[in-house]
Design a binder for this molecule. Structure first.
Ligand SMILES: [Zn+2]
Ligand SMILES: [Zn+2]
Length: 285
């Protein structure tokens, strides 16, 4: 495996590595299911979390694909796909807050707490992606703590890291004297400071192109859920980069546009009553 390093926790021999934040061809990502699965196998991963925006069925299809084809990891053990979705919760001000939900189909546009609770009720598990990030859908640590739920935290998000590197290369920003902050570092520090009120630390790629495993979650044994519950995970970074060409950005923008149009139709076009559930904007507790 390429050079990897622990961002949080300690690497040990014989660990399993999974990438729990991957987008795909049906949202603003580029990977179809076979390519997603076999790229992950090639790169030595034991499993993936398939997390398209508000799209659980795609994750289920990936899971079915892996089971049907008896896909094995390089270790010879069965490769695992965790069906999931990056669920948009909604704040009172109308903005979205993303929650990664696995092994449970959870509805969009509920409060953050209600989203986490529905996942728990349906026996799923959750991770808060890109905390304190400057991407759409990022939550602040205060918001996360406010839920009172000991949430798992993605302390390393490779996309956030790569955006930071790209911005650093931008001469114009330098000339303007713009001060750049590494949001992953802030996330990690906030996690360390509030660890007793939070769950496990994880890493993910937030893959929108073709590379996987740039951010990973490491753990001993075969039981990811147990490792998360026991807070025995390691957040891992792979020292590798994926270049975004102008064409990739154009494709990405187009896909986001199409996705938003679809959502408007689905949730605002009179087909489905909005908001979707009674828990939206209500204080739960
Ligand atoms: Zn997100
Ligand atoms: Zn994402």
């Amino acid at each position: 495996m390429a050079k990897i390093e622990a961002v949080y926790g300690v690497l040990e021999p014989n660990m399993s590595f999974v990438d729990l934040h991957i987008h795909g061809i049906d949202d603003d990502g580029r990977l179809d299911i076979p390519r997603m699965v076999y790229t992950a196998v090639d790169r030595g991963l034991s499993g993936i979390g398939v997390t398209l925006h508000n799209n659980y069925p795609f994750g289920v299809r990936a899971y079915d694909f892996v089971e049907r084809n008896n896909v094995l990891a390089k270790s010879g053990k069965p490769f695992k796909a965790f069906p999931g979705s990056e669920v948009p919760a909604r704040r009172k001000d109308g903005t979205d807050a993303h929650v990664l939900v696995y092994e449970a189909d959870v509805g969009p546009y509920q409060t953050i707490a209600a989203t986490l609770e529905e996942a728990e009720r349906k026996d799923g598990f959750t991770i808060i992606p890109h905390p304190d990030g400057d991407v759409e859908g990022a939550m602040s640590m205060d918001e996360i703590l406010e839920t009172g739920i000991p949430a798992n935290i993605e302390v390393y998000n490779a996309s956030t890291h790569h955006m930071f590197l790209l911005k650093r290369l931008n001469l114009l920003r330098k000339l303007r004297g713009e001060k750049l902050v590494d949001k992953n570092k802030i996330a990690l520090q906030n996690y360390r400071d509030n660890q007793h009120r939070l769950g496990a630390a994880t890493g993910g790629t937030d893959a929108h192109k073709f590379k996987l495993g740039l951010g990973m979650t490491g753990f001993k044994g075969d039981n990811l859920r147990e490792a998360l519950t026991q807070k025995r995970t390691v957040a891992v970074r792979r020292r590798e980069f994926e270049i975004w060409y102008p064409r990739d950005l154009r494709i990405h923008d187009r896909k986001i546009e199409a996705m938003n149009e679809q959502n408007d139709l689905r949730y605002n076009g009179g087909l489905v009553e909005f908001p979707l559930t009674g828990t939206v904007f209500e204080e739960v507790g």
